[in-house]
Design a protein around this ligand. Structure first.
Ligand SMILES: NC(=O)c1ccc[n+]([C@@H]2O[C@H](COP(=O)([O-])OP(=O)(O)OC[C@H]3O[C@@H](n4cnc5c(N)ncnc54)[C@H](OP(=O)(O)O)[C@@H]3O)[C@@H](O)[C@H]2O)c1
Length: 345
């Protein structure tokens, strides 16, 4: 574990798009240091290290294992495609490293249970990187919901969808585009796994574990889901809808409806800077929370404080929520008829 004097030294597995986006924010964050990058490709690792001033790179076929056991790394951030999350998280845990793993945590709930058990057995910190939960907007919205400012929350509408660049204009895949991460069954892609997880996870944060999940939607030519609606029902009668797509740009808003008002988190609710509180009979109130960069610093700060305090998981993104969301994703995929090739049952 890192001492209070020394910055938290990050090691990143997988040198792709999210590694650089998170890298931008973490590189500016006091108390944090981008220390090492692991890539299969030495050129990519070197360019990343130069761009962000990293002292250490690991490249080649054993790069990920080398980073996991690098003694100058305090925390491993797993930033590879979905189907590799289990393997790379286990690699880091086996090397004695706490882990922040990108969403979705694994391919399915069974894999997630294996990884969570490994962390618990080794006493190491583990968290799924659902970064939205840590934004000041969402912390404040949660506080106000608990304080009863919209009465009893009963319903949530939330969406996250976008038009994937490699979808053909007739909603069919162009030839040669079938290996893109989003549209690949081999890489456990699809709308639900990539972005549908966000509205499901935010509903989990507010209402807890659903008692029923019903998904409808369609699979595209590549075999992954491209247009999906999920309805979630909860023990005390609350309902949440989560819509997701790789075919269309959705509004990307979340509304929480209560018995005496509602909260609206406007577009790009998953990295928000404001929300609007509507209380019945009162003028709407807008609350703004400007921040630097994209906002990856908030989850980074949560990880650092958990490690500093010796906590094994985050109370904002606990592992029980990760497991519950993975079960919902499993149910939704089963209803849609989407099974990934690495799933053997
Ligand atoms: N929090 C967010 O807002 C956010 C946004 C985007 C993505 N994500 C998540 O971040 C993770 C990575 O997504 P990404 O968009 O960064 O993907 P990406 O750009 O495709 O990068 C993934 C990296 O994984 C490594 N990798 C190892 N084996 C691979 C294989 N067989 N095929 C492809 N890549 C392989 C590669 O790194 P090397 O070649 O360097 O080894 C690659 O650059 C996913 O879990 C995704 O859902 C989160």
């Amino acid at each position: 574990m890192t001492s209070t004097q020394r910055p938290l030294r990050w090691g990143i597995i997988g040198c792709g798009s999210i590694a650089a986006r998170l890298g931008e924010d973490v590189s500016r964050l006091p108390g944090h240091k981008l220390q090492a990058i692991a890539s299969r490709d030495a050129g990519k690792a070197a360019r990343f290290a130069t761009r962000f001033g990293l002292p250490r790179t690991h490249a080649g076929p054993n790069a990920y294992a080398a980073l996991a056991s690098d003694p100058e790394v305090d925390l491993v951030y797993v930033a590879t495609p979905h189907n590799f999350h289990k393997e790379h998280t286990l690699l880091a845990l086996a090397a004695g490293k706490p882990v922040l793993c990108e969403k979705p945590f694994t391919v399915n709930a069974r894999e997630a249970e294996v990884v969570v058990s490994a962390a618990r057995e080794s006493g190491l910190f583990l968290m799924e990187a659902v970064w939205s939960r840590f934004f000041p907007v969402w912390r404040e919205v949660c506080r106000r919901l608990v304080a009863g400012e919209i009465g009893e929350p009963r319903m949530i509408y939330s969406d996250f969808g976008f038009r994937a660049g490699n979808l053909g204009s007739s909603h069919r895949l162009a030839d040669g585009d079938r290996d893109g991460r989003l549209l690949s069954t081999k890489l456990a892609g699809g709308a639900l796994m990539d972005v549908g997880i966000y509205p499901i996870s935010i509903a989990q944060m507010i209402f807890g574990e659903p008692v029923q999940a019903q998904a409808v939607g369609i699979l595209g030519d590549s075999g992954v889901d491209e247009n999906v609606g999920v309805v979630l029902a909860y023990e005390e009668g609350q309902v949440a809808t989560a819509t997701t797509s790789l075919q269309v740009n959705t509004p990307s808003t979340t509304t929480i409806l209560g018995t005496s008002g509602r909260v609206e988190v406007p577009t790009q609710w998953w990295r928000p800077k404001e929300f609007v509180l509507h209380r019945d009979g009162a003028e709407p109130e807008r609350f703004e929370f400007p921040h630097e960069g994209e906002g990856f610093q908030f989850e980074a700060m949560e990880v650092a404080s958990c490690l500093r305090e010796g906590r094994k998981e985050s109370s904002v993104m606990p592992l029980k929520d990760t497991l519950s969301v993975m079960r919902v994703l499993d149910t939704a995929r089963r209803q849609l008829g989407l099974k990934f090739p690495m799933e053997d049952d």
